[in-house]
Write a protein of this length. Structure first.
Length: 530
């Protein structure tokens, strides 16, 4: 990718930094589904993972490189520490992509040098230079990140950047790793880099930042004004701790306020050309997919993609919007793909109609997945007269989400009411294929179901989040249940959608338990082979 002062490069790290959110772990098929949607969204670079960290991560990066890394698709990138083995694994994993990048990093702040790396500045300078040159022997497109740049001595940072660019880095990424910096400081840091790194014209300046003080997006916009041309971000702002800068907020800020930003990119104020390559109409769908598959719910008042982002509650506002939308709206819900929910299908709709509508919604399913989705569609259509686009999406996302199929929920039955003790009976098939039935009493129907499931599965855990959301309005709406549970220091999520929220609750819990159980089995296997 060459230097491009006319457009902002969107580097999506949902599958790497985003997946570092507690409980957001995704399996390979889920990562692939997200990567495909990111390509439809139009991101320029997908950071598909950290290939060296595990065989699963390696395979995910490699499969994404093969499937999504086409000639016209995004650049596929893997993260690597500034170490030979890491870089070699990254290079191997991204090889199948038509356009590939290695992103290597090494900390430059004195705090990290002293306590984490135990290295001198001189040592860091030469490792960074040497490892960038090593990465360059595998591919031309090399990104280097001086980790904790936000707290690094700028003079030392300039030296590191000059050396890595000379060694072949084509992008230098400036991370505010701990979310500490403020917008004007970040702008000044980028300007300082432009003014003081003699060979900076040979690389693109990128920014990466965390949201610990809620400043990541504001920081990035200030960085753009001062010369940053690549933004590293995640869908819904998920990521380590308080998360990363949110892609949808950055893209829509640059889109809605393009007249303000145009001159900073050397354009005429009134230029209508997009500042990014993002197809904004794919934003809402991408947000829903990531939320569904990671189990990380979007807060209702979240900018751009929250359920309240386009809702007007006050009478004065509603009156104004009815008279003219411009009174209280700075952007159309349609611009992020949030169309008026049309009723499209019903009980009599055939397989072809479902396939066609799913295609229109951007889902290219294999025959097998289509068959599964169609069976679910028929089940729901029997209970619910009108199947909307959102219902369809919820059902398909349910099919794409593949927690390991270890325990299978065969039956759930509950009796409850104002004068009864909620009692649940469940039947599950265990990984050995045996059918096991048990029953329990709880404080409510869901509690009873979970206690009964626990008696069968018998894996200790602590339920830390249970949430039900309705996909559409109406008494017959599909309910989406999201579960997060904790075992030792790890969080596992599960999700399910059904018109019966007790069934959805049971399935979501089994999905989360399957992830936990799968992780325990993997750990056991590793211990045996070690
Ligand atoms: O936050 C950070 O510093 C990172 C780097 C690896 C870019 O995620
Ligand atoms: Zn980060």
């Amino acid at each position: 990718m060459t230097s491009n002062s006319e457009r902002i490069i969107i580097f999506d790290t949902t599958l790497r930094d985003g997946e570092q959110s507690p409980g957001a772990a995704l399996n390979i098929d889920e990562k692939l589904a997200i990567a495909k949607q990111l390509a439809r969204l139009g991101v320029d670079v997908i950071e598909a993972g950290f290939a060296f960290t595990s065989p699963g991560d390696f395979e995910a990066v490699s499969r994404i490189a093969q499937t999504v890394g086409t000639e016209n698709g995004p650049v596929i990138c893997s993260l690597a520490r500034a170490k030979k083995d890491d870089i070699k694994a990254a290079a191997e994993a991204i090889k199948p992509a038509a356009k590939s990048r290695i992103h290597t990093f090494l900390a430059t702040s004195d705090i990290h040098l002293k306590y984490k790396l135990r290295k001198t500045r001189e040592e860091v300078l030469s490792i960074a230079e040497e490892m960038v040159a090593y990465a360059k022997s595998f591919t031309d497109d090399i990104e280097f990140s001086p980790e904790d740049a936000g707290r690094s001595d700028p003079e030392f940072l300039y030296q590191v950047l000059e050396r890595v660019i000379a060694a072949g880095a084509t992008t230098v990424n400036i991370p505010d790793t701990v979310g500490y910096i403020t917008p004007s400081e970040f702008g000044a840091l980028i300007k300082g880099i432009k003014d003081n790194v003699p060979n900076i014209d040979k690389a693109i300046i990128s920014v990466h930042g965390h949201n610990d003080l809620g400043l990541a997006v504001a920081n990035f916009l200030e960085a753009v004004k001062n010369g940053a041309r690549q933004l590293e971000c995640t869908i819904n702002g998920i990521g380590e701790r308080a998360g990363n800068a949110a892609l949808e907020e950055l893209v829509m800020a640059l889109h809605v306020r393009r007249q303000y930003f145009n001159p900073f990119l050397g354009r005429a104020v009134d230029s209508e050309a997009g500042l990014t390559n993002i197809d904004t109409q794919q934003i809402y769908k991408t947000s829903r997919l990531v939320s569904n598959l990671t189990g990380m719910l979007v807060q209702p008042n979240k900018a751009i993609v929250g359920t309240n982002a386009f809702a007007h509650e006050s009478g004065i506002h509603q009156d104004g919007v009815l008279k003219n939308k411009l009174t209280y709206e700075i952007m159309d819900a349609e611009s992020i793909g949030l169309t008026e929910n049309q009723i499209v299908l019903g009980k009599l709709s055939g397989r072809n109609a479902v396939r066609t509508r799913l295609r229109e919604l951007g889902f290219e399913l294999s025959e097998n997945d289509l068959n599964k989705a169609f069976i679910r569609f028929k089940e729901v259509a029997d209970k619910k007269k009108e199947i909307t686009d959102w219902d369809l999406e919820a059902l398909v996302n349910d099919e794409i989400q593949q927690a390991p199929d270890l325990f299978k929920l065969e039956l759930v039955q509950v009796s409850c009411g104002s004068n009864a003790s909620p009692t649940a009976t469940v039947t599950l098939r265990n990984p050995q294929g045996e059918e096991l039935t048990d029953a329990a009493i709880g404080t409510g129907p869901v509690d009873a179901v979970y206690k009964a499931i626990n008696r069968v599965v018998n894996v200790p855990n602590k339920l830390i989040e249970f949430s039900v959301q309705s996909v559409t309005a109406g008494i017959d709406a599909i309910g989406e249940v999201t579960i997060r549970l904790k075992y030792e220091d790890k969080i596992y999520s599960g999700r399910s959608a059904n018109t019966d929220i007790i069934v959805a609750s049971a399935q979501a819990y089994v999905n989360a338990l399957n992830r936990l159980y799968g992780a325990l089995l993997n750990k056991q296997k590793q211990q045996v082979t070690a």
